[in-house]
Design a protein around this ligand. Sequence first.
Ligand code: IPM
Ligand code: MG
Length: 356
Amino acid sequence: MKIAVLPGDGIGTEIVNEAVKVLRALGLPFEMEQALVGGAAYDAHGHPLPESTLKLAMAADAVLFGAVGDWKYDKLDRPLRPEQAILGLRKHMGLFANFRPAICYEQLVGASSLKPELIAGLDILIIRELTGDIYFGQPRGRRTAVDGHFPGTEEAFDTMRYSKPEIERIAHVAFQAARKRHKKVTSVDKANVLETFQFWKDVVTEVHAQYPDVELQHMYVDNAAMQLVKAPKAFDVIVTGNMFGDILSDEASMLTGSIGMLPSASLNSKGQGLYEPSHGSAPDIAGKGVANPLATILSAAMMLRFSLNQPEAADRIEAAVQKVLAQGLRTPDIHGEGTTQVGTAQMGDAVVAALM
Ligand code: IPM
Ligand code: MG
């Protein structure tokens, strides 16, 4: 079981260290190799996704990823910015299916900004298409030129596009995931305005014919954003494009009160996957030892389940996280009255201790 470990920037190093600690404590024969990615790789090698890092990731069974990005790279030409590392990995590895569960942990109900009754027991799954849409269409702007600026550029654009096979394969993923859950898919689009999403809606409807046991609902993205805060528990599986999925998954994650708790998986058709926390690199708290490592630790559990065929080990990690929460241990992001505040490494140690 080969795991490429790519910590990245900001809190990435700290949180990935804790996940690696937990993986090692399982006593399974993992081969873990680490490489630079994002701003860290740019500083060392002049590129956010060096050839050697990409090679390591492509040859691995799974990638454990921290986070990339820092404001200090904001002025760089687009192809050199840290974010291009994760976009490049998604593209080159064909990681088209992004699973972003939003689960409300019983012990953290009070951490949400919504009323407890709206989110207690929340368990929704956002499936975001990850290799198409406006993210990978034709861009044109001041920062897309590698050799500096396009002189005289007074407009910029990005192209939104989806092909039929791209929509079909993510629709299949969503219907199949719903079959293992509450058998309801909400497909989120903007078909009232955008051709790309009228097409999306038509193709999802076509694929649905093969899943008569699953209920399909279509919803415009603006309405979906509203329904997510109004009645989040009415959703089961949400499937949507790359851009809307980016936005809605941040919104959904915060419903649970704790973006620091949510893992994610990005899968290709070969079963390879990249696993990362749903949150970002949080440069404001980097290096302070206060970041919550649980989203990354839970991402490692998803990795064991989806790419490494070790479901028992995944269960052990998830149970250990529950146990640590029940013990009242909290990093500052989820800390509240009556709980014990701990740092990043202490939280990792506590999960290791709870594994036994
Ligand atoms: C995410 C992030 C990325 C995205 C950025 C860092 C490129 O926001 O994974 O949600 O927009 O996809
Ligand atoms: Mg995002």
